[in-house]
Design a protein around this ligand. Structure first.
Ligand SMILES: [Fe+2]
Ligand SMILES: [Fe+2]
Length: 369
């Protein structure tokens, strides 16, 4: 049994041990200067001749909501807000002060207060850069869903999501360019995950990878940043983006709930493995290896201490607070022999299984419309 599990891990995520730091850090983005990145997208474009609108009432309701909830990235946000990065970083450091761990014996031991503030600024820049790249992934994946999903209500809804995602890429890029200092390139783990999602020929895998896993994590991560940031512009921007994201995750949950009901255990097992792979890739990216490089610290020397940090462990688990209940709602946790339940237990995130799923929650998160 144990041997089976190890073989599965190596096949799915490229290493036996989920927490093998050496293996995680060996994956780096070597194409940081590339201007474009091509990915084979193996799906057929599907026409449907069944135009009956509302045949899937849940999706139809989402579509009607989305039409009324559009906002304008250029005119609906207070872009004239002054953003003082040093001051905001100081405020944030005070908020985290309680959670701070003992840094003696780590490379951070010699960091001055000024260095710590710089680290916090870099970390926010990195996080927002990855959000921006992830948003472009969502734009491309959802355009693919418009083509590949066979249901007219889903094509209609996905078309509104394409517009939402264009707006999200637009706001993150504008915020990074005008308020922060430059971008970070895409993280290798995130890039690998987006490539895998786009590469898969099965239309439901785009939904599982993007709407349920990537957007489920984004919704939790945006919520966390929205609560912690002292910047009113960023707070407002994230509030609007979250309002859209909640609909997107609901779109994934409603569509897959119907589709998975007709799948065999063997087919569901492939979905479970894909969900696990996505979860691990997203967890790996949060090590922020590029930030340590930029701060002149070898990730290998600092990360063993960072991983031990209890505040960080809590944050990392919290990122899965939307994903786990949504996977449960889809029947993925317990399908077959409950393989995904075992894996989420190993990842330390199973405690969220009975939290509210986004199929229900999205209406309470609406900010516009
Ligand atoms: Fe988005
Ligand atoms: Fe989205």
């Amino acid at each position: 049994m144990a041997l089976d599990e190890f073989t599965a891990n190596a096949e799915i995520i490229g290493r036996d041990e989920i927490n093998d730091l050496e293996a995680i850090l060996s994956v780096t983005n070597t194409d940081i200067d590339e201007a474009v990145h091509a990915v084979e997208d193996n799906a057929d474009a599907i026409f449907t001749w069944d135009y009956e609108k509302g045949a899937r009432p849940g999706l139809n309701k989402l579509y009607e909501k989305a039409k009324g909830a559009q906002w304008n990235a250029q005119t609906d946000l207070p872009w004239d807000t002054e953003v003082d990065l040093e001051k905001n970083a100081e405020i944030q450091r005070l908020q985290y002060a309680e959670l701070e761990q003992d840094l003696s014996g780590t490379p951070l031991e010699k960091f001055s207060e000024q260095d710590m503030i710089q680290l916090s600024i870099e970390s926010d820049n990195w996080t927002l850069s990855q959000f921006m790249h992830g948003e472009q992934g969502a734009l491309i994946c959802t355009a693919k869903i418009v083509e590949s999903v066979p249901w007219i209500d889903a094509k209609y809804y996905a078309a509104t999501q394409v517009m939402d995602e264009a707006r999200h890429v637009e706001v993150f890029a504008k915020y990074l360019d005008e308020k922060l200092r430059g971008h970070y390139p895409i993280n290798a783990h995130l890039k690998m995950l987006l490539d895998d999602i786009i590469n898969d020929s099965r239309w439901d895998m785009t939904y599982l990878g993007m709407q349920v896993m990537v957007e489920g994590l984004a919704l939790a991560a945006f919520g966390f940043m929205q609560q912690m940031t002292p910047d009113p512009l960023l707070r407002q921007m994230l509030r609007y983006v979250m309002s859209d994201e909640a609909r997107h995750v609901a779109f994934g949950v409603l569509s897959l709930k119907e589709y998975y009901a007709g799948l065999t255990d063997a087919e569901l097992r492939e979905r479970q493995e894909f969900a696990f792979e996505a979860a691990v890739r997203m967890r790996d990216r949060f090590l922020q290896q590029e930030v340590w490089d930029r701060m002149g610290i070898k990730p290998k020397e600092i990360l063993p201490a960072v991983i031990q940090d209890p505040g960080r462990a809590m944050f990392q688990q919290m990122l899965f607070s939307k994903i786990v209940p949504n996977c449960k709602k889809l029947g993925l946790l317990d399908a077959g022999d409950g393989w995904l339940r075992t894996k989420f237990t190993e990842l330390g995130v199973i405690q969220f299984e009975d939290w509210q799923d986004t199929g229900e929650e999205y209406e309470s998160l609406q900010a516009t419309g």
